[in-house]
Design a protein around this ligand. Structure first.
Ligand code: ZN
Ligand code: ZN
Length: 96
């Protein structure tokens, strides 16, 4: 079994392991690298981003190219994804 990289979640402060495939995937995609939150907090965060009502900004999803709306201004250096693509990315990161 591959050694897991450890990190401390910024939200719940629990230590969590970053699977090598997730770390590699994040590095390749410049996507939450290194992951700042444990998987359950990250899932919670994702939910909030798309479900909380309020003003949203239009961005073009880097995954599917569709127009999507986010609650935050995306960091210029990191691609922004719509909810569906985030889910897809997380799924693939876990599979590989
Ligand atoms: Zn957490
Ligand atoms: Zn998308």
């Amino acid at each position: 079994m591959e050694e897991q990289e450890k990190s401390v979640c910024r939200k719940c402060h629990s230590e969590f392991g970053i699977s090598p495939s997730r770390a590699r995937f994040a590095a390749e995609k410049n996507f939450f690298c290194p992951p700042l939150y444990c998987e359950s907090c990250f899932a919670e965060l994702l939910k909030q981003l798309w479900e909380v009502p309020g003003e949203r900004r239009h961005v073009v999803c880097a995954g599917c190219g569709k127009d999507t709306r986010l609650h935050f201004v995306p960091n210029q250096e990191k691609p922004a994804y719509c909810g569906e693509c985030y889910q897809e990315i997380l799924k693939r990161a876990d599979d590989s």
